[in-house]
Design a protein around this ligand. Structure first.
Ligand code: SF4
Length: 95
């Protein structure tokens, strides 16, 4: 179960990364990529990632909201016994 969850989380993270890279190309280079693909080397599978303008606008909005939350120090703790045990900050975290 954990492995399937990790695979799903990695896929979601990879999709977000490709959208961020596409957005960066658009903003910094004036180039809008037409296609983004994750190539899974383990099974030679290719997964297309939707990078249409609506998706890029969405990821830009998410980035701005996240930056604003960080600036406002709005990042509540989410204690979890398993995570906290492994966490580098557990000796100083007030949980
Ligand atoms: S110890 Fe604190 S910072 Fe680390 S996972 Fe737990 S709540 Fe989060």
């Amino acid at each position: 179960m954990t492995t399937k969850l990790n695979i799903l989380l990695n896929l979601l993270l990879s999709r977000a990364k490709l959208k961020i890279y596409a957005l960066a190309m658009q903003k910094e280079q004036g180039i809008t990529p037409k296609r983004a693909t994750i190539h899974e080397l383990d099974n030679n599978e290719q997964i297309d990632v939707d990078i249409n303008q609506k998706e890029l606008d969405g990821i830009e909005k998410e980035i701005k909201e996240t930056i604003n939350k960080i600036i406002k120090r709005d990042f509540p703790k989410t204690p979890d016994n398993e995570k906290c045990t492994e966490c580098d900050w557990n000796l100083i975290c007030t949980k």
